[in-house]
Design a protein around this ligand. Structure first.
Ligand code: PMP
Length: 351
């Protein structure tokens, strides 16, 4: 009789929240679908796809469009089936048995999850009480513990905080470990180190089309690194990892520069609206802490997060419950006002 091994026998498949809700503020997605004129271009492009052929293994046209949008050299870019694929791929390929990697806490849980599948040791660096990273202490730990790979999100999911560009450069320049900065939310902030990528032998930056670019459905992630690392990533990835439809659509979407710029402004404005509304609630309510955010969501600590989560869900609004915390995505202006109204109602009811 076949038995599953210990590392997988108790795992359960990832289950996003089920059901239909009027307002979805739980997954840090872009609140709006792509506009009609862009979708019309995608429909036209669909007609040109050779469905009988395998996709371009290097996603050349997609990578070209991505690289132009971000002002990077296309020879530094690898496309993935979402950043999720790239996280798993790079952890499994760039680490050997016995190597140690490091994650920070709190952070995106998939980094550690994949390390357990890869059977590598995973150390943890804890953020301070304000959820900030002490970069000097992080550097010291990486060097003292002979860490081979360090991976964290900047800005951070779930805290919404980030380290500055100069702190990131200091970190990468002070360690021999491979540093992966997951800049999934950097489209909402200004501290990217993408333009410094050529200067470091030990840096990979992840970007995604799932957040600002509003294309989570296409599953498009990108690893940006120097040519030595890029060649290695391309050698270990599965040959046809990004399907032809996503390649073709992504190529068009990254060309919508004005549209993406305007949407960035709107989302940041709605994040500020959400943050300011939450701060007003926290001022009137003991035990509620709201963390400043440079991403498209706000992290809140309360003594009653589960009750709030249930209360919102009963009103067809879903946010992310994380232990005693809530992570609330900045939706449209109307969605942000709706969640703030519901929260005000909750605290009036329970006061
Ligand atoms: N990195 C971070 C920090 C994320 O929050 C997410 C999605 N929630 C991902 C990566 C995954 O992105 P993708 O959709 O490109 O797989």
């Amino acid at each position: 009789m076949y038995r599953l091994n210990d590392k997988i026998k108790n795992l359960v498949p990832y289950e996003p929240i089920s059901g239909t809700y009027a307002i979805r503020l739980d997954a840090n997605e872009c609140p709006d679908n792509l506009p009609d004129d862009v979708r019309a271009q995608l429909c036209e492009r669909l007609k040109e796809i050779d469905f009988n052929r395998y996709p371009d293994p290097l996603a050349t046209r997609l990578v070209g469009s991505f690289a132009e949008y971000y002002g990077v050299d296309p020879s530094f870019v690898t496309a993935g089936n979402g950043s999720d694929e790239l996280i798993f791929l790079i952890e499994s390929a760039f680490l050997e048995k016995g190597d140690k990697m490091l994650v920070v806490s709190p952070d995106f849980s998939m980094y550690r999850f994949y390390s357990s599948i890869c059977e590598v040791e995973c150390e943890t660096f804890y953020k301070d009480e304000d959820l900030e990273i002490d970069v000097d202490a992080l550097i010291a730990k990486i060097n003292a513990e002979n860490i081979k790979l360090v991976l964290f999100s900047n800005p951070c999911n779930p805290t919404g905080k980030g380290i500055t560009r100069s702190e990131a450069e200091k970190l990468v320049g002070s360690v021999d470990a491979l540093v992966i900065l997951d800049e999934a939310y950097m489209d909402f902030w200004t501290e990217s180190v993408l333009d410094r990528i050529a200067e470091f032998s030990n840096l990979i930056i992840f970007r995604t089309a799932s957040k600002l670019v509003g294309s989570a459905a296409l599953r498009l992630g990108f690893a940006v690194a120097n040519p030595t690392i890029t060649r290695a990533i391309q050698a270990v990835k599965s040959p046809y990892n990004v399907n032809s439809v996503s390649q073709a659509f992504g190529e068009i979407i990254f060309r919508q520069k004005d549209y993406l710029k305007n949407r960035q402004k709107t989302i940041v404005r709605n994040k500020e609206l959400l943050y300011n509304g939450l701060v007003r609630i926290a001022e009137a309510q003991d035990g509620v802490t709201v963390y400043s955010s440079v991403a498209n969501f706000v992290f809140v600590k309360t003594g009653c997060s589960r009750q709030i989560w249930e209360f919102l869900k009963d009103r067809s609004i879903v946010v992310r419950l994380m232990g005693e915390n809530l992570r609330i995505t900045a939706g449209t202006e109307a969605e942000v006002n709706a969640v703030l109204d519901a929260l005000n109602e909750f605290f009036e009811v329970t006061r």
